[in-house]
Design a protein around this ligand. Structure first.
Ligand code: XIL
Length: 669
């Protein structure tokens, strides 16, 4: 039987998520968090990267060695896998999908060749476009947000008088009066969610406000506009009303005024002196045409080019050579009437390099000394962001393990059958290689961020598609990625299996099939199962252990558990984390803390946040099977929980108390 030694990566994957939006009950709430936890088994050879023998020793029953006489590499009980679909259900990646070199003036990276996907990017549709049927369904109900200390029987919520859906004509001025009423007497306050460009929400000084908007060609279709009324007695007691506005073109198109184009809003970014800065600037013309952009400010050695693939985007690349607030003026010119222009300012805060210097030893070095890895989830295309330079420098200094935050999600990688986008992953790999980081593949299978085509595929084809996808993704990166979240978030919120395209079509066995396929495709890789809310007691943790035991019994090749750990700063179930880690270790599996971030709870201090980080790092260090800790991002600037400022670096890339706390925890023996 062929023996192999699987490279062992440090793992840390505990992810705990607490839905802590509890002070308020909201009628509509989206999911709070998710997580991935992975732990990786050793091979029976039991050798770790330091060449020492694995004290835990791996047993056959997790599936690292084949007891059934299988002689495939890794002997991982993949023999129960059926043949892959032949012919394939969808076209595999081909030369036509191979990334090609990107122009050097489009990114902030000069150390290696940045690549791009060859075709036009397939857009990911975030919000489905509303249809006539939605409009015909009638007005949306009001959503009342009731704080826990309000009794609606004694204090009724405010409501809007005479509000309904509206039909409008492009080019004509629309006026809608908003008059919130409180049944208990006083006059409620109100605010609009987001005003479309050129619209206003004007006070009539009689308790009402008027929404004024001139929709144009860009707005043809069904639009939504949301206003929130605030209870006069309790400002957290609110009623949210969304109305739909159907905009149609007039018969005589010449009645629509041509308006001056503008620039898409560009928020303030902090950048580092002498870094290569890249700004992707987009012109907007509400008449539906594409404006041209011109650089007005004098910027020495700047390159300002229309993006070769995205007509409305221009890329400005320059080196920030002076510190302070930098105002860059950009002129947008109408494509039909060239005299119609507007000048728009973009502001950057340029800080001297010294401001980014940090005390003490870098996290990856401290972690290495403790025999674990310290990693992060990388922002997709960080090299196309204004602050890509300082982002990359901070990541390279501090981390030696990286997970793609989004670029490996199936909707990105395989947006259409037979169509693949690998460039963003390939660039991350180049970055990782340049900076001696390992890469953690995430996620192979998930229930979210899926392309439409797989969600619409016939149920009986899903298993075949799933296996094809596993093979295509994992084999492409077989030599560069040794650690994978094969199945992400398989456990439902109340325990049991989570509904997903995979589970719904294949049933429970999708997990076994996925791991067997993964092992067959990447025999040497560490295969994790990643989830959230499994680091503390509850139905999800119970299901995890049942699931693992079943997989072990069935000789399914799994190596470890990833604990996501998107927690809050009032998290205190550390004993449960310790115990759940131990339960994973007892099953001879590794532990990875895969997506750590600590959201600041209401009124909490950065020190409380730091203490949670410290406790979690300490628990990982106590546990010999805990192999790595990854934070879910670098700076609060780009965190998916940005409003809670959950990461080690603030929006200006300054180390927070949590950073020093992690340093301290990693240094204390
Ligand atoms: C998140 C990303 O951070 C967001 O940018 C994206 O919009 C949604 O996905 N659990 C996971 C991660 O396994 O992939 C999720 O990442 C966060 C929760």
């Amino acid at each position: 039987m062929m023996q192999y030694i699987r490279q062992r990566l440090p793992s840390s994957a505990t992810r705990t998520t607490l839905c802590a939006l509890c002070a308020i009950s909201i009628t509509l709430l989206s999911a709070c968090s998710s997580s991935n936890d992975d732990s990786a088994n050793e091979t029976s050879a039991g050798t770790n990267p330091n060449g020492t023998t694995d004290a835990g020793g791996n047993t056959d029953d997790i599936g690292n060695t084949d007891t059934g006489g299988n002689t495939d590499a890794g002997g991982t009980s993949t023999d129960s896998l059926a043949e892959l679909p032949n012919p394939p259900l969808s076209e595999p990646p081909s030369e036509n999908d191979e990334p090609i070199a990107e122009d050097a003036n489009l990114s902030s990276i000069s150390e290696f060749q940045v690549v791009r996907d060859p075709g036009p990017r397939i857009p990911v549709v975030l919000a489905p476009t509303l249809t006539q049927a939605d409009f015909d369904a009638g007005p949306l109900p009001a959503v009342v947000i009731t704080p826990s200390d309000v009794d609606p029987n004694t204090n009724a919520p405010p409501f809007f008088e005479n509000l309904t859906d509206v039909e409008a004509v492009a080019g004509e001025q629309l006026e809608i009066i908003y008059k919130p009423v409180d049944p208990d007497g006083d006059v409620p306050g109100m605010f609009p969610e987001e005003l479309p460009p050129g619209a206003s929400f004007d006070d009539n000084f009689d308790g009402s406000k008027t929404y004024r908007w001139q929709p144009l060609q860009n707005n043809v279709g069904i639009n939504e506009f949301t206003v929130t009324a605030i209870d006069p007695l309790n400002s957290q007691y609110r009623t949210v009303r969304t109305i739909r506005i159907k905009v149609e073109l007039p018969e005589d198109l010449s009645t629509i005024p041509n308006v001056a184009p503008t620039l898409e809003e560009f928020p303030l970014h902090t950048v580092r002196e002498n870094d290569l800065i890249v700004l992707e600037l987009k012109g907007i013309d509400l008449n539906g045409t594409t404006p041209s952009l011109e650089l007005v400010s004098e910027l020495p050695n700047a390159s300002f080019v229309q993006h070769p693939r995205f007509e409305e985007t221009y890329t400005l690349q320059f080196t920030a050579s002076t510190t302070g607030l930098l105002n860059i003026d950009i002129l947008a010119r109408d494509s039909i009437d060239s005299s119609l222009t507007s000048v728009n300012s973009v502001v950057l805060s340029v800080l001297p390099s010294a401001d980014f210097a940090r005390e003490g030893v870098r996290l990856k070095e401290l972690a290495a000394a403790r025999n674990i890895q310290f990693g992060y989830a990388s922002l997709q295309e960080f090299y196309h962001r204004p602050d890509g330079g300082i982002y990359a420098a901070t990541a390279a200094d501090e981390f030696n393990l990286v997970t793609p935050e989004n670029s490996m999600k199936m909707d990105q990688v395989n947006p259409l059958p037979g169509r693949y986008q690998f460039a963003d992953i390939d660039n991350l790999l180049s970055f990782a290689q340049f900076n001696s980081m390992e890469v953690h593949g995430h996620p192979v299978l998930w229930h979210r961020q899926l392309p439409d085509w797989i969600q619409d595929a016939a149920p009986e084809s899903i298993e075949g598609h799933m296996r094809e996808y596993i093979v295509r993704l994992m084999s492409r990166y077989e030599t560069s990625i040794n650690l994978w979240d094969v199945v992400n978030e398989p456990i439902g919120d109340n325990g049991g299996f989570r509904s997903s395209v995979w589970f719904d079509a294949i049933g429970e066995s999708y997990i076994d099939i996925a791991y067997r396929q993964a092992r067959q495709t990447a025999p040497d890789a560490t295969l994790l199962l990643n989830d959230f809310d499994i680091s503390f007691n509850g139905p999800k943790a119970d299901t995890l252990f049942t699931m693992l035991d079943g997989m072990i019994d069935r000789n399914v090749p799994i190596d470890g558990v990833g604990f996501q750990m998107h927690v809050f700063s009032d998290f205190d179930q550390f004993d449960e984390v310790r115990a759940n880690f131990q339960s994973v270790a007892d099953r001879d599996l590794d532990i990875y803390i895969t997506e750590l971030d600590v959201a600041l709870s209401d009124g909490a201090t950065f020190q409380q946040q730091a203490d949670v980080y410290k406790n979690i790092v300490e628990i990982c260090l106590e546990q010999s099977r805990c192999k790595a800790i990854q934070t879910w991002g670098v700076s609060d600037q780009y965190s998916f929980r940005r409003i809670f400022n959950p990461l080690l670096f603030d929006r200006q890339y300054m180390a927070k108390p949590a950073y020093s706390a992690v340093q301290e925890a990693l240094s204390t023996q």
